[in-house]
Design a protein around this ligand. Structure first.
Ligand code: ZN
Length: 161
Protein backbone atom coordinates (compact mmCIF):
# COMPACT_ATOMS: atom_id res chain seq x y z
CA UNK A 1 0.00 0.00 0.00
CA UNK A 2 2.85 2.38 -0.77
CA UNK A 3 2.39 5.48 -2.86
CA UNK A 4 -0.65 7.66 -3.13
CA UNK A 5 -2.60 5.83 -5.78
CA UNK A 6 -5.73 3.92 -4.76
CA UNK A 7 -5.28 0.17 -4.77
CA UNK A 8 -7.91 -2.34 -5.84
CA UNK A 9 -7.84 -5.76 -4.27
CA UNK A 10 -9.97 -8.78 -3.62
CA UNK A 11 -10.46 -9.28 0.08
CA UNK A 12 -12.46 -11.04 2.74
CA UNK A 13 -14.06 -9.22 5.63
CA UNK A 14 -12.59 -10.58 8.85
CA UNK A 15 -14.34 -8.44 11.41
CA UNK A 16 -16.50 -5.37 11.71
CA UNK A 17 -16.53 -3.03 14.67
CA UNK A 18 -20.25 -3.32 15.35
CA UNK A 19 -20.21 -1.16 18.47
CA UNK A 20 -19.86 2.02 16.50
CA UNK A 21 -21.37 1.79 13.03
CA UNK A 22 -22.61 5.30 12.56
CA UNK A 23 -22.31 8.88 13.70
CA UNK A 24 -24.60 11.84 13.80
CA UNK A 25 -24.31 14.81 11.48
CA UNK A 26 -26.18 18.02 10.80
CA UNK A 27 -28.87 17.26 8.22
CA UNK A 28 -27.93 20.37 6.26
CA UNK A 29 -24.17 20.72 6.24
CA UNK A 30 -23.30 17.12 7.23
CA UNK A 31 -20.78 18.20 9.82
CA UNK A 32 -20.44 15.93 12.82
CA UNK A 33 -22.86 16.64 15.65
CA UNK A 34 -22.55 15.58 19.28
CA UNK A 35 -24.54 12.42 19.78
CA UNK A 36 -26.09 13.56 23.03
CA UNK A 37 -27.38 16.85 21.69
CA UNK A 38 -29.81 16.15 18.86
CA UNK A 39 -31.95 19.29 18.94
CA UNK A 40 -29.71 22.28 19.42
CA UNK A 41 -28.40 24.55 16.71
CA UNK A 42 -25.66 23.38 14.44
CA UNK A 43 -22.89 25.82 15.22
CA UNK A 44 -21.60 25.69 11.65
CA UNK A 45 -24.68 26.54 9.65
CA UNK A 46 -26.97 27.73 12.49
CA UNK A 47 -29.66 25.39 11.28
CA UNK A 48 -32.54 25.60 13.71
CA UNK A 49 -34.49 22.41 14.29
CA UNK A 50 -37.53 24.27 15.60
CA UNK A 51 -38.09 26.28 12.44
CA UNK A 52 -37.91 23.38 10.09
CA UNK A 53 -39.97 20.39 9.06
CA UNK A 54 -36.95 18.23 8.45
CA UNK A 55 -34.96 16.68 11.27
CA UNK A 56 -31.96 18.65 12.48
CA UNK A 57 -29.63 15.74 12.28
CA UNK A 58 -29.22 12.42 10.61
CA UNK A 59 -26.89 9.50 10.87
CA UNK A 60 -24.19 8.40 8.47
CA UNK A 61 -22.35 5.13 8.45
CA UNK A 62 -18.72 5.04 9.48
CA UNK A 63 -17.70 1.42 9.66
CA UNK A 64 -14.32 0.22 10.81
CA UNK A 65 -13.45 -3.23 9.56
CA UNK A 66 -10.51 -5.51 9.16
CA UNK A 67 -10.07 -7.19 5.83
CA UNK A 68 -7.63 -9.74 4.49
CA UNK A 69 -6.16 -9.80 1.01
CA UNK A 70 -4.15 -12.79 -0.15
CA UNK A 71 -1.05 -11.29 1.42
CA UNK A 72 -2.02 -8.88 4.14
CA UNK A 73 -4.54 -7.83 6.76
CA UNK A 74 -5.72 -4.22 6.78
CA UNK A 75 -7.91 -2.12 8.97
CA UNK A 76 -10.03 0.08 6.75
CA UNK A 77 -12.77 2.61 7.24
CA UNK A 78 -15.91 2.55 5.18
CA UNK A 79 -17.95 5.74 4.99
CA UNK A 80 -21.62 6.19 4.29
CA UNK A 81 -21.91 5.73 0.54
CA UNK A 82 -19.88 2.52 0.49
CA UNK A 83 -21.35 1.15 3.70
CA UNK A 84 -24.82 1.45 2.15
CA UNK A 85 -23.73 -1.04 -0.51
CA UNK A 86 -23.13 -3.73 2.08
CA UNK A 87 -25.79 -2.75 4.62
CA UNK A 88 -28.49 -2.09 2.04
CA UNK A 89 -30.11 0.85 3.82
CA UNK A 90 -29.31 4.26 5.24
CA UNK A 91 -27.66 4.59 8.63
CA UNK A 92 -30.90 6.07 10.02
CA UNK A 93 -32.89 3.06 8.81
CA UNK A 94 -30.32 0.74 10.29
CA UNK A 95 -30.33 2.62 13.59
CA UNK A 96 -34.14 2.43 13.78
CA UNK A 97 -34.04 -1.27 12.98
CA UNK A 98 -31.41 -1.77 15.68
CA UNK A 99 -33.62 0.02 18.22
CA UNK A 100 -36.22 -2.71 17.72
CA UNK A 101 -33.66 -5.48 17.43
CA UNK A 102 -30.81 -4.77 19.82
CA UNK A 103 -28.59 -7.47 18.34
CA UNK A 104 -28.96 -6.23 14.78
CA UNK A 105 -25.51 -4.64 14.70
CA UNK A 106 -23.82 -7.78 16.00
CA UNK A 107 -25.82 -9.90 13.58
CA UNK A 108 -25.03 -7.60 10.66
CA UNK A 109 -21.32 -7.87 11.32
CA UNK A 110 -21.59 -11.67 11.58
CA UNK A 111 -23.51 -11.74 8.30
CA UNK A 112 -20.85 -9.71 6.53
CA UNK A 113 -17.85 -11.44 8.04
CA UNK A 114 -16.41 -13.89 5.56
CA UNK A 115 -17.94 -12.14 2.56
CA UNK A 116 -15.59 -11.43 -0.33
CA UNK A 117 -15.46 -8.03 -1.92
CA UNK A 118 -13.48 -6.22 -4.53
CA UNK A 119 -12.43 -3.07 -2.74
CA UNK A 120 -10.58 -0.01 -3.82
CA UNK A 121 -8.65 1.52 -0.95
CA UNK A 122 -7.16 4.96 -0.85
CA UNK A 123 -4.88 6.69 1.57
CA UNK A 124 -6.64 9.29 3.67
CA UNK A 125 -6.05 12.82 2.42
CA UNK A 126 -6.04 14.06 5.97
CA UNK A 127 -2.60 13.16 7.30
CA UNK A 128 -4.01 12.51 10.77
CA UNK A 129 -6.46 9.86 9.63
CA UNK A 130 -4.98 6.51 10.46
CA UNK A 131 -6.94 4.07 8.33
CA UNK A 132 -7.17 3.38 4.65
CA UNK A 133 -10.46 4.40 3.23
CA UNK A 134 -12.77 2.25 1.14
CA UNK A 135 -13.62 4.21 -2.02
CA UNK A 136 -15.33 1.43 -3.90
CA UNK A 137 -16.78 -1.88 -2.85
CA UNK A 138 -18.25 -4.63 -4.99
CA UNK A 139 -19.62 -7.88 -3.53
CA UNK A 140 -18.13 -10.90 -5.27
CA UNK A 141 -20.36 -13.72 -4.11
CA UNK A 142 -23.22 -14.55 -6.45
CA UNK A 143 -26.41 -14.00 -4.54
CA UNK A 144 -24.88 -11.57 -2.08
CA UNK A 145 -27.54 -9.75 -0.15
CA UNK A 146 -27.02 -6.58 1.84
CA UNK A 147 -27.03 -7.16 5.60
CA UNK A 148 -30.42 -5.52 6.16
CA UNK A 149 -32.12 -7.99 3.79
CA UNK A 150 -30.80 -10.94 5.74
CA UNK A 151 -31.66 -9.24 9.03
CA UNK A 152 -35.24 -8.60 7.96
CA UNK A 153 -35.60 -12.25 7.11
CA UNK A 154 -34.02 -13.23 10.42
CA UNK A 155 -36.22 -11.02 12.54
CA UNK A 156 -39.31 -11.00 10.40
CA UNK A 157 -40.94 -7.96 8.85
CA UNK A 158 -43.73 -7.61 11.36
CA UNK A 159 -42.29 -4.77 13.42
CA UNK A 160 -41.07 -1.48 12.00
CA UNK A 161 -38.98 -2.16 8.89
ZN1 ZN B 1 -25.06 22.36 9.94
Amino acid sequence: MEGEKPTTLVCTVLAINHTNLCYRVCAVCERTRPDNDPTSLCKFCNFNAFNSVSPASKRLFRVLMSIASDTKVFTVICFDRMAKVIFGCSADEFFDFAKLHPFAAVSASRILEGEMFKMTLSKPKNGNAQHLRVVSIVPLRTGFQPAIETLRKLYGKRVGC
